[in-house]
Design a protein around this ligand. Structure first.
Ligand SMILES: NC(=O)c1ccc[n+]([C@@H]2O[C@H](COP(=O)([O-])OP(=O)(O)OC[C@H]3O[C@@H](n4cnc5c(N)ncnc54)[C@H](O)[C@@H]3O)[C@@H](O)[C@H]2O)c1
Length: 279
């Protein structure tokens, strides 16, 4: 889809990192921004910075865990601007690192509700409007942890695989519906953002016991990262790659992603399946 001045782009997780960089890229192209985030202060600061460039943006404090808040985000967008062209379901968190079994129920609840159900809410609230318009674009942020398997990333990895499957299924559904609505699922490698302090946003109603993260997990993660990612990329550079993917209607995009971890996973999957049920 071509980006044009006056189009309306909604971005969740827009107050920091990749979301903010995308909101700024859209603004620089003359798009109107509807910026959503759970952190009201940084959200207001981001909106002010974009408005200072002469672009139009509004901030809508939103917790993507809650369907009614994402519905309200869609209602505000349509009431205020009468259209929506691009929806970026990007808000995400990571609840620490360690072997799968040490994550508590509240870790699972938090990460599933933000990283996976947050995207589902965005699809349900916005895609019917895009379909009715007959055109638009949906961007969902996953991770290289959504296409390869990382030790130590437990529930985060599970949610990102879910976002990749959801995006591929959505693209297939939209193609069947015969509408010109594109989908891009973003699978970044490492980016220099505030994801490492995601605990700042842990909801008070989802506490966990005090705990030490297993230092081995950090070693595992570094080793896995070297197979799926280059050195940390600036979010602005990742955003430029995502904008290109929207304009060229590319389904999978991997800013800073490396091939070898993915290849290892696919080879092992094909080899195991080939030995059992898929000769
Ligand atoms: N940084 C990386 O290395 C990396 C790699 C792969 C994928 N990602 C993904 O990129 C996306 C953006 O993360 P980032 O790296 O820019 O991190 P970030 O922490 O800088 O930005 C994430 C934003 O999401 C917001 N957010 C968190 N919970 C929310 C909620 N419940 N409702 C609404 N907003 C909420 C935060 O306030 C923050 O502004 C995430 O989905 C993340 O999983 C990041």
């Amino acid at each position: 889809m071509n980006l044009e001045a006056g189009q309306v782009a909604v971005v969740t997780g827009a107050a920091s990192g990749l979301g903010r960089a995308l909101a700024e890229s859209f603004a620089a192209r003359g798009l109107v921004g509807v910026l959503a985030d759970v952190e009201a202060g940084p959200l207001a600061e981001t909106v002010a910075a974009i408005e200072a460039t002469g672009a139009t943006a509004i901030g809508v404090p939103t917790d993507v865990r809650f369907a009614d808040q994402v519905d309200a985000l869609a209602a505000t967008t349509l009431k205020r601007f009468g259209r929506v062209d691009i929806v970026v379901n990007n808000a995400g968190i990571m609840p620490g690192m360690g072997p799968m079994w040490i994550f508590e129920e509240n870790d699972w609840e938090w990460v599933l509700s933000v990283n996976l159900r947050g995207v589902v809410h965005g699809i349900r609230a916005f895609v019917p409007h895009l379909v009715a318009q007959g055109k638009g674009h949906v961007v969902n942020t996953a991770s290289m942890a959504g296409v390869s398997v990382a030790p130590g990333l437990g529930p985060y990895m599970v949610t990102k695989h879910g976002v990749v499957a959801l995006s591929e299924g959505l693209a297939a559904d939209l193609a069947l519906a015969g509408v010109d609505v594109g989908v891009t699922v973003v699978c970044p490698g490492g980016m220099a953002t505030n994801i490492t302090t995601a605990e700042r946003n842990r909801p008070v109603d989802l506490p966990v016991s005090p705990r030490e993260w297993d230092p081995k997990s950090v070693e595992w993660l570094i080793e896995w990262m070297s197979t799926v990612s280059g050195p940390d990329m600036a979010p602005e550079d990742a955003a430029a790659i995502v904008v290109q993917a929207i304009e060229n209607d590319i389904l999978h995009v991997a800013p800073n992603g490396l091939r070898s971890g993915l290849q290892q996973r696919l080879e092992s999957l094909l080899s195991d399946l080939g030995r059992s049920y898929c000769p």
